[in-house]
Design a protein around this ligand. Structure first.
Ligand code: HEM
Length: 162
């Protein structure tokens, strides 16, 4: 069976939903830090909606990342023809693999910290979030480079379903 290049509507929807949810938890992560300190340092009960949102948004990212990987295996996706310099194409492949790894590692480390009270997991969670944001920034910059410098319209592939 030959696969058409590009992505399905569901793949595109999941891509942007994960990006928005990761950004949300990044911007509002402080409420979770406060809840974690309250529970594990001061022995209090966590209160407010903020930390609950953080947990549910993070778990949604984990579920959506799993679905994305499954769809990628079934439907394919990714660049059809290489249009950029070989080194950049290799770098992009490595960034995509790391992004997938961190989409799983960040919520799993957060869950280990929150549900099992593992302090090291909390520290690694925060570190992994920083890595995820740096790589997401590079990934976005590369997409803009393809769109506006190489003009190969690769960004549009993540906007229009095949
Ligand atoms: C993609 C998903 C997630 C992102 C982007 C994210 C992001 C963040 C950010 C930015 C912080 C604050 C770091 C700081 O204050 O410097 C944080 C803290 C925290 N998050 Fe998440 N998070 C995610 C998923 C989760 C999940 C699923 C859980 C638990 C089930 C969780 C549990 C925690 C805990 C316990 C802390 C406090 C860590 C500490 O104070 O050392 N996170 N997260």
């Amino acid at each position: 069976m030959t696969r058409k290049p590009g992505y399905s509507g569901l793949q595109i929807g999941l891509h942007w939903a994960v990006a928005a949810l990761v950004l949300f938890n990044y911007l509002f992560g402080e409420t979770m830090e406060e809840a974690f300190d309250a529970v594990y340092e001061e022995g209090q009960l966590a209160s407010g909606l903020g930390y609950q949102l953080h947990v549910w948004v993070g778990l949604a990212v984990l579920a959506m990342a799993s679905l994305r990987l499954a769809l990628r295996a079934i439907l394919g996706g990714g660049p059809a023809a290489s249009s950029g310099p070989a080194l950049l194409e290799k770098g992009a492949g490595a960034i995509h693999a790391l992004l997938y790894g961190l989409m799983f590692a960040v919520p799993l480390l957060g869950a280990a910290a929150w549900y099992a009270g593992i302090e090291d997991a909390a520290d690694l969670h925060v570190l992994a979030v920083d890595g995820l944001m740096i790589l997401a920034g590079l990934h976005a910059a590369a997409a803009l480079f393809h769109q506006f410098v190489l003009k190969d319209h690769r960004l549009l592939r993540m906007m229009r379903a095949r």
